[in-house]
Design a protein around this ligand. Sequence first.
Ligand code: ZN
Ligand code: FE
Ligand code: FE
Length: 199
Amino acid sequence: MARAGTLHDAFLDELRDAYDAERQILKALPKMAKASGSPALRAAFEAHLAETRTQVERLEQVFGRLEERVRGKHCDGVAGIIEEGKSVMQEDFDEETMDACLIAAAQRVEHYEMAAYGTLAAWAKAMGHTEVASLLEQTLNEEKAADEKLTSLAEGGINRGAAASAHPEKNGADEDAPEALTSARKARSAAGKKALRKK
Ligand code: ZN
Ligand code: FE
Ligand code: FE
């Protein structure tokens, strides 16, 4: 009977998964850059594309240090997220809504990668693969920074712009505006009455 796999085996599997994920992301990012209306968002995707190339090389270095052949294993998780991103890009949204949706899709990818590299770095550290752990942490930090950059673009104007075309009458008012609060309260109390009637 084959011996049971160890954490090192699971680690290699996860590295192959990450390697394949990065290569899928390499193909998706230029499409997302192209679909961006905002020049700042486009630049952010292009910058992360360059970083992603470095991340692929870093994983190749990791395989080298572990004396393993460089190999990918299809990452279904990222494939699914990219698939969803593609269907969003086929929608007929106004420009700022599309940008908001591109950010939403990209942040799902970044969070997936943060989870993957967080685990990989922690496992490498636990097994005493110190240099490998620090390579993985470098990538983890880049993914976190990419995610934060996307948040700052969304909150720095893209969401507000998209919301303004969805609700021009609110004229850029935010949720805390008295009028919005009143109508939210009305909606809640109407829903409450309905629920009471049902009882
Ligand atoms: Zn190990
Ligand atoms: Fe990455
Ligand atoms: Fe990334």
